[in-house]
Design a protein around this ligand. Structure first.
Ligand code: GLN
Length: 305
């Protein structure tokens, strides 16, 4: 028996209301720093594509690092698991934009969800498709059923203008032979990828293949069942950076956050959830987003454990 998801979401919204406004929007990307920290939305899409939502669940926001899940899935689907020779799948225990491990580990990033790893994945997807950001946008439009999804040029440009750290990661990896396209090209596709704006409903629907064990919205297969398990596992262990242990402890679901304030989470076999609230904690995860997912799994008893 499925719970009454709409009623659960309404209860979650009520329970987390006192926390709304906590945390601070990302300040290192100027275009993101001016969003209203009091925004809150949450959506759930079941595996049949039925969507439930509360608050600002239909408001588009900056997806940022949540896109890393989708580029990873596309790179695996099109290029297979040789990707794992260029990027690991262990939690880093360091901030998402940290440089420190890369030199010790010869330019092989710890996992695909920290920035260095995501740059490798975008580089790989670009090599496979000739247009990494375009392939990503097409996929997101198709899976969400929303043709109006688009990049936000002002966010991409804002990030590019303040992108020295990502550039440092890219050039360092290039010096180790782990960038196959020119670094400026990879950075450009990465910044545009991160700028895509989607609502909680769009993201919950687009991530549906993760709950359907690799099967897309139209019933065709993107990933094998085993690959879908692997992506979910990496989300659980690495999707919220150096807070992945705490996220697993509190929420108990594979999840992926972005500094725009979104968090995508997967209930394998049942549903995908997305929460949006722009106030971030010190590790770059949405304070209210994590609290809402914690409340959801606590109220329903649904988690992977
Ligand atoms: N575009 C952001 C960056 O590269 C994404 C980081 C994030 O969402 N954690 O810094």
């Amino acid at each position: 028996m499925e719970p009454d998801y709409q009623a659960v979401l309404e209860q979650v919204a009520e329970d987390i209301a006192p926390q709304i406004g906590h945390g601070r929007p990302a300040e290192y990307i100027p275009a993101l720093s001016s969003v209203d920290p009091r925004r809150f939305g949450m959506a759930l899409a079941d595996v049949h594509g039925q969507v439930y939502g509360v608050g600002d669940w239909q408001e588009p926001f900056s997806t940022q690092s949540i896109t890393k899940v989708f580029t990873l899935a596309l790179a695996l689907a099109r290029g297979g698991d040789s990707l794992w020779q260029r990027v690991g799948r262990e939690p880093s225990g360091n901030p998402f934009n940290s440089l420190v491990q890369l030199e010790y580990e010869n330019g092989i990033p710890r996992n695909p969800f920290i920035n260095a790893g995501a740059l490798v994945v975008t580089d790989r997807l670009h090599g496979l498709t000739g247009d990494a950001r375009g392939a990503l946008l097409d996929f997101l439009r198709t899976e969400s059923g929303n043709d109006r999804l688009d990049f936000a040029p002002e966010v991409a440009e804002s990030e590019a203008g303040h992108g020295d750290r990502n550039a440092a990661l890219g050039y360092f990896m290039a010096s180790c032979g782990n960038m196959h396209n020119p670094v400026p090209t990879v950075l450009d596709h990465y910044f545009w990828q991160c700028s895509i704006e989607m609502s909680c409903a769009d993201l919950a629907l687009a991530g549906g293949f993760l709950a359907r064990h690799g099967v897309r919205a139209d019933g065709t297969r993107l990933l094998t069942r085993s690959e879908a398990k692997q992506v979910n596992a990496v989300m659980l262990t690495c999707g919220t950076y150096d807070a992945a242990g705490e996220f697993a402890y509190r929420v108990g679901l594979p999840g992926k956050s972005g500094v725009g304030g979104g968090v995508l989470a997967v209930l394998p076999g049942r549903a995908t959830l997305c929460v949006y609230s722009p106030g971030l904690d010190a590790r770059g995860n949405s304070v209210v987003g994590v609290a809402a997912l914690d409340r959801f799994t606590t109220l329903t008893g649904l988690s992977v454990f």
